[in-house]
Write a protein that binds this ligand. Sequence first.
Ligand SMILES: *[C@@H]1O[C@H](CO)[C@@H](O)[C@H](O)[C@H]1NC(C)=O
Ligand SMILES: *[C@@H]1O[C@H](CO)[C@@H](O)[C@H](O)[C@H]1NC(C)=O
Ligand SMILES: *[C@@H]1O[C@H](CO)[C@@H](O)[C@H](O)[C@H]1NC(C)=O
Ligand SMILES: *[C@@H]1O[C@H](CO)[C@@H](O)[C@H](O)[C@H]1NC(C)=O
Ligand SMILES: *[C@@H]1O[C@H](CO)[C@@H](O)[C@H](O)[C@H]1NC(C)=O
Length: 194
Amino acid sequence: MARLGHSAWLLAAAVLLSAAAAQLDCGNATFQAGRTYRRCDTLPVLGATLHWTYHPGNGTADVAFRAPQSGGGWVAWGINTQGAGMVGSSVFIASQINATGGGGGAAAVSVVTTVLESFSPSLRNGTLRFDVPAPPAAEYSAGAYTIYATVALPGNSTTQNMVWQAGPVRGGAIAMHPTSGANLRSTKKQDFTS
Ligand SMILES: *[C@@H]1O[C@H](CO)[C@@H](O)[C@H](O)[C@H]1NC(C)=O
Ligand SMILES: *[C@@H]1O[C@H](CO)[C@@H](O)[C@H](O)[C@H]1NC(C)=O
Ligand SMILES: *[C@@H]1O[C@H](CO)[C@@H](O)[C@H](O)[C@H]1NC(C)=O
Ligand SMILES: *[C@@H]1O[C@H](CO)[C@@H](O)[C@H](O)[C@H]1NC(C)=O
Ligand SMILES: *[C@@H]1O[C@H](CO)[C@@H](O)[C@H](O)[C@H]1NC(C)=O
């Protein structure tokens, strides 16, 4: 019987440990209402993480997008069906703009769904360029927003041009995010099967 050398065992152990460490970055997150997700990714900027379960049978993904932000700000997550970057993206924007305050419970977080038609989008709550089979939801806790969404991956493709963002609220409305640094690098080609 061939024996695996000592160094091979060490190598195997090191590979397993580093995989576990990579998972810990996002893998120990917990979610409202007992939601769980099979996969997660720590996104390259804005401290955001993406958690998802992809269903190959119907081409949908259940997603939780989490990003740190002050409770007085907003965060957004979406998919660009028209190309890459902001314009053409179908997004979910979470904020506490319409929060009705009060009472010790979790703050009321509203979700606007909107297509960003330009660099100064109307942000009108409407339908996206892909199916959203279940109403989105969001929460704010421990200094982070989490957006819960179920999406039919456009074109039934498991690789999508993803965008995310965080910005301020001014005068009771979603205001422009910073236009430098990390806020301009918050796009990624996301593989929902990896
Ligand atoms: C996961 O746990 C690690 C180590 O305890 C911690 O540093 C990290 O912030 C946690 N991540 C999340 C998303 O809770
Ligand atoms: C997609 O398939 C999954 C797994 O079978 C199921 O849980 C989910 O409800 C389906 N979603 C839709 C919108 O049909
Ligand atoms: C999506 O593609 C998968 C194969 O990748 C296929 O099994 C499934 O039927 C397709 N679903 C839809 C809704 O087109
Ligand atoms: C706030 O409520 C108004 C009135 O219902 C609605 O039109 C608007 O889209 C909401 N905005 C946000 C960001 O929740
Ligand atoms: C956006 O529209 C949907 C569907 O009409 C609605 O359920 C949701 O509350 C609206 N969101 C806001 C923030 O107004």
